[in-house]
Design a protein around this ligand. Structure first.
Ligand code: SAH
Length: 266
């Protein structure tokens, strides 16, 4: 596996402390669903002025650090990352760091997205649960490599933006739901793969429960300041964990993650 420590510049934004309700049950939450077809998305983009920047990003940030999967590299070359950030940040979208997406959240560093996606070992037939849709960028990459992507996001405004961008790219095999992703998505379980773009102090038991035997979970686990990226494979008699490297992600806030910080505590 990748032994190098993932590069600097992990998502740094702090999770929003307002506008959300962690008591929201995933099962009861509104879906920003899509009635479209379910198969790996075939994202086609017109030639754009960022084509060279995307190519350089893949070569220097992703291939040179050891990501080898042709499918993952192709998805990273194809998905127009700049469309997932504000226009004022377009020119930075292919740089080697995360960027703010509003609500004190961030779009993950390109390398992290590639590393985590490769670690899931997708072949095109999988049903994948994603926790923390954020900008929708990771969802778009996953949508090219999996049959269907179920993404949970706790902040409504962020989920709505992700939906809009994904619709613009015809990623109709991505469904986004608003709610506490630490509960997983019970109605749609079990999943072939689960990916969390937010860090947790411990592995939420719901994720292991909602994985198929042989399924893979990729999640950053640790403290608020620093975590280890883990790949946990569910086996017939338990789980096997591998450490993929060090990292820093925003907090997973919910019942089985960190508590929602109280505003104006007295
Ligand atoms: N992969 C995303 C990264 C988003 S950052 C991207 O590339 O844009 C992590 C996201 O996790 C944030 O949007 C945050 O709101 C969300 N999040 C944190 N705790 C969550 C929870 N319990 N359930 C769902 N989403 C959560």
């Amino acid at each position: 596996m990748h032994s190098e420590r993932p590069a600097r510049g992990m998502p740094r934004g702090q999770a929003s402390e307002s506008d959300t309700d962690t008591s929201l049950h995933v099962e009861d939450s509104p879906r920003l669903g899509h009635g479209g077809s379910f198969k790996p998305a075939n994202i086609r983009v017109k030639k754009d002025i960022y084509e060279r920047a995307r190519g350089r990003m893949v070569e220097t940030q992703i291939m040179e650090r050891g990501v080898k999967s042709k499918e993952v590299l192709n998805a990273m070359l194809t998905v127009p990352r700049h469309l997932f950030v504000a226009e004022a940040l377009y020119s930075q979208a292919y740089n080697d760091y995360p960027l703010p997406i509003g609500e004190k959240q961030s779009i993950s560093q390109p390398y992290m997205v590639a590393l985590m996606t490769e670690a899931l070992g997708l072949t095109g037939s999988e049903r994948v649960l994603e926790i923390g849709a954020g900008s929708g960028y990771q969802s778009a990459v996953l949508s090219m490599l999996a049959y269907k992507v179920y993404s949970v996001e706790r902040i409504h405004a962020i989920a709505a933006m992700a939906r809009k961008t994904l619709d613009g790219l015809h990623c109709s095999n991505v469904i986004i739901k608003i709610g506490d992703g630490t509960l997983g998505w019970r109605d749609e379980a079990p999943f072939d793969a689960i990916i969390s773009a937010a860090a947790s102090p411990r592995v939420p038991s719901s994720y292991i429960e909602q994985l198929k035997p042989g399924g893979r979970l990729v999640i950053p686990i640790g403290t608020e300041e620093s975590q280890e990226l883990l790949r946990i494979t569910k086996t017939a008699n338990g789980t096997v964990s591998e450490v993929l490297g060090g990292c820093r992600f925003v907090k997973l806030i919910g019942r089985h993650g960190w508590q929602q910080p109280r505003e104006n505590p007295r």
